[in-house]
Design a protein around this ligand. Sequence first.
Ligand SMILES: O=C(O)CCC(=O)C(=O)O
Length: 258
Amino acid sequence: MKVGLLQFNVRSGDRKANVETVTRYMAEAREQCPDVLVLPEMWTTGYDLVNLAALADDGEPFGALLAGWAKETGATIVGGSSPVGVDGRYANTLYAYTPEGERILSYEKAHLFGLMGEDRYLSAGSAAGNFGIGEVPCGAVICYDLRFPEWIRKTVLAGCEILFIPAQWPLSRLDHWRILLQARAIENQCYVIACNRTGRDEQGVAFAGHSMVIDPWGVLAVEAGEEEGWIWAEIDRDKVERVRRKMTVFADRRVDLY
Ligand SMILES: O=C(O)CCC(=O)C(=O)O
């Protein structure tokens, strides 16, 4: 499975510019014959939360754009997230689409990031992000969800060999980003595919980039720097099976204790 992760400088409040950027990169991705493409968190609008009512959509055209790119590239798209408003409630929502343009995941970020005021503007989701890419069981969480190992373990116990994590993680906590991603991969014996934004927002906050793919043994398969663009990795599903067979972490859990 060939996976591409796109990190770029998301423009706050400028959906048109962000869509143009991703459209340009999707044309580039097609040349790579990808199986899966991943985008960052809130890539359509950035964190322009005060203007949420004007910027959010009801799932369209966000969904239609992703479905179109999935068909165009022939890849499953794990489409990062966008503010989606339904019945006056807004959620940080991640969609995924098959290459045929069928939606296979709608996941709402479960842990809202108070430090950025997300909890004042958005509603938290409460359903786990399990889905499948063909026969491969996958899961997804968004950014701050990474700090909640219980939530991710729940997703993995429901069946997950590849965990996707779109994010807008700041450069000032790059060490947390890398350590937590590796820990989640090691403890859950799954691939972690983490796609972060890069650049700076209008408040001057610098974002880390450093999108990465980590294998089920915790080894970095690929890691970006801070520059914009695609990074690519090959996923070997057998590795998950080998690691889980070698070290029987799931069977050894003391479910009588916790
Ligand atoms: O947990 C962190 O340090 C960053 C989280 C974050 O930026 C987010 O959830 O948007």
